[in-house]
Design a protein around this ligand. Structure first.
Ligand SMILES: Cc1ncc(COP(=O)(O)O)c(C=O)c1O
Length: 376
């Protein structure tokens, strides 16, 4: 299949949902992906912050082969080893007590909203302006953008919004009937927007005072993306509920919610595929690679190097989660693709989210390719 075949087939058979980049990607290796003509690109978006350990990491490939030959699926009617081993690993890593799995980010958000309403007996959920939490009905109800919400009204009742990075706004919205406040530590889809240093702490203190749960959505920021294992650790707070996905599976669809001090009632939530042996084996392997290859420190160092070397451009970011403001996001992204780099964009912000395995020489390459085609 060549690129033109792909465009034709997609137009004819596929849901017309996406405004795709002009690329037919056929394979990947570490920080590179290759198109159908063998052209090599530095992947600086990781399939939207997902390919945390790069493409086709040998340990991930081996884990998939070994586990697929043993047991791919069993369901939650029975115990399976990988599910429980990953649960132990995630609780140790996060300091939270219990785990439930999802198959993606939105699934983790849904699980958290149900848990929050169930354990508090309260109805209200407060989310933040400009936030993105996913496309299913609950997650969409917590998502800000009119463009995503409008066609599907009415959404789930009981949701409202406070201004991001504005504790006074949250104080105005929070009430005794607030079950939870859900917050991204850095706004990802909105274009890498970083709040003030003490913002998360202020949200933690306020939710505690008001008896509302704090749901921290680290679906995009988690697992070293920002140069820390998790942003809540940088902020020195403990969420009541933590949401993870994206980088956790390194490309395999899996998410998780972690929480402490309460639990679901039996039968309140579930899903046929949640926490399959294959998904959990892969996620455990990805975490082990991040630990062994010290990718969190690498993300911090290489991200700082990139931002320093992009002096003269308008950048904002942490670790390997970087926004670069330009005059026209789409136009500049297409120029970069021509030049062998694949970013994504949110409005007029290019988003640079490479695999955490990115080395100094790759970073130099990124800087060179950006400066070649994007004016300062
Ligand atoms: C912070 C955040 N939460 C939730 C989601 C939804 O995840 P998914 O697309 O896997 O449903 C995303 C996806 O971009 C995200 O960035």
């Amino acid at each position: 299949m060549d690129y033109n075949d792909a465009v034709r087939l997609e137009k004819k058979y596929f849901a017309q949902l996406f405004d795709r980049l002009p690329l037919l990607i056929t394979s990947g290796k570490d920080v590179y992906v290759f198109d159908s003509q063998g052209k090599k690109y530095l992947d600086i978006f990781s399939g939207v912050a997902v390919s945390s350990v790069g493409h086709a990491h040998p340990a991930v490939v081996k884990a998939i082969k070994d586990q697929a030959g043993k047991l791919i699926h069993a369901s939650n009617w029975v115990y399976t080893e990988p599910q429980l081993e990953l649960a132990e690993k995630l609780t140790k890593l996060t300091g939270l007590e219990r785990v439930f799995y999802s198959n993606d980010g939105a699934g983790a958000v849904e699980a958290s909203l149900k848990l929050a309403r169930s354990v508090t007996g309260k109805k209200e959920i407060i989310s933040m302006e400009k936030s993105f939490h996913g496309r299913t009905f609950g997650a969409l109800s917590a998502t800000w953008s009119e463009k995503y919400r409008k066609p599907f009204m009415p959404l789930v009742p009981g949701f409202k919004f406070a201004k991001y990075n504005d504790i006074e706004s949250l104080k105005k919205e929070i009430t005794d009937d607030t079950a939870a406040v859900i917050v991204e530590p850095i706004l990802g889809e909105a274009g890498v927007i970083i709040p003030d240093d003490n913002y998360l702490q202020q949200v933690r203190e306020l939710t505690q005072k008001k008896g509302a749960l704090l749901i921290v959505d680290e679906i995009q920021t988690g697992f070293g993306r920002t140069g820390e294992w998790f942003e809540y650790k940088r902020a020195k707070i403990k969420p009541d509920i933590l949401l993870l996905a994206k980088g956790l599976g390194g490309g395999f669809p899996v998410g998780a919610i972690l929480y402490s001090g309460f639990d679901y009632k039996k039968g309140e939530h579930g899903g046929t595929f949640n926490g399959s042996p294959l998904a959990c084996t892969i996620a455990k392997t990805v975490i082990e690679i991040i630990e062994k290859e010290k990718l969190v420190v690498n993300s911090k160092k290489t991200g700082k190097y990139l931002i320093d070397k992009l002096k003269g451009y308008k950048t904002h970011g942490r670790g390997l989660m970087i926004g670069l403001d330009v005059d026209d996001g789409k136009k500049q992204a297409l120029k970069l693709i021509e030049n062998g780099l694949i970013p994504i964009y949110s409005g007029n912000t290019l988003r640079i989210l490479p695999p955490l395995t990115l080395k100094r020489e790759h970073a130099d390459n990124i800087i060179r390719k950006i400066t070649e085609v994007i004016p300062k």
